[in-house]
Design a protein around this ligand. Structure first.
Ligand code: AMP
Ligand code: ZN
Length: 113
């Protein structure tokens, strides 16, 4: 989609530090990391948000979560990790291309304690 920054990253038109890529998805490091490991996983296909997902996207979502688990294993997140999706304005979504944050390398316990 024109003017979508994550479509441009998926197309290689904007550089990113890649963590994983295949024909369906791309995982790359967040520019403003909120944890020692902070990776964004996106479908290469433009889907604006989780609110646009349908039953037909089930295999894609399974693929994204399987890739997250594989990355977590490769990156040594054996103590766990957090997967976050911000959806829409009140959900805090700033980039309108579906993405999942994979965060790890520190305790995500909430409330902290
Ligand atoms: P969200 O607030 O869920 O829409 O998250 C968007 C995320 O994209 C933020 O964590 C940004 O730091 C990240 N981000 C924006 N532009 C880039 C970029 N060019 N490369 C890597 N991460 C980016
Ligand atoms: Zn896009």
């Amino acid at each position: 989609m024109a003017d979508c920054i994550f479509c441009k990253i998926a197309a290689g038109e904007i550089p990113s530090k890649k963590a994983y890529e295949d024909d369906q998805i791309l995982a790359f490091y967040d520019l403003d990391p909120q944890a020692p490991v902070h990776i964004l996983i996106i479908p290469k296909e433009h889907i604006s948000s989780a609110n646009e997902l349908t039953e037909e996207n089930g295999p894609l979502l399974g693929h994204i979560f399987a890739a997250a688990a594989k990355l977590a294993k490769e990156l040594g997140l054996e103590k766990g990790y957090r997967i976050v999706n911000n959806c829409g304005e009140d959900g805090g979504q700033t980039v309108r291309h579906l993405h999942f944050h994979l965060l790890g390398g520190r305790s995500m316990e909430w409330p902290p304690g």
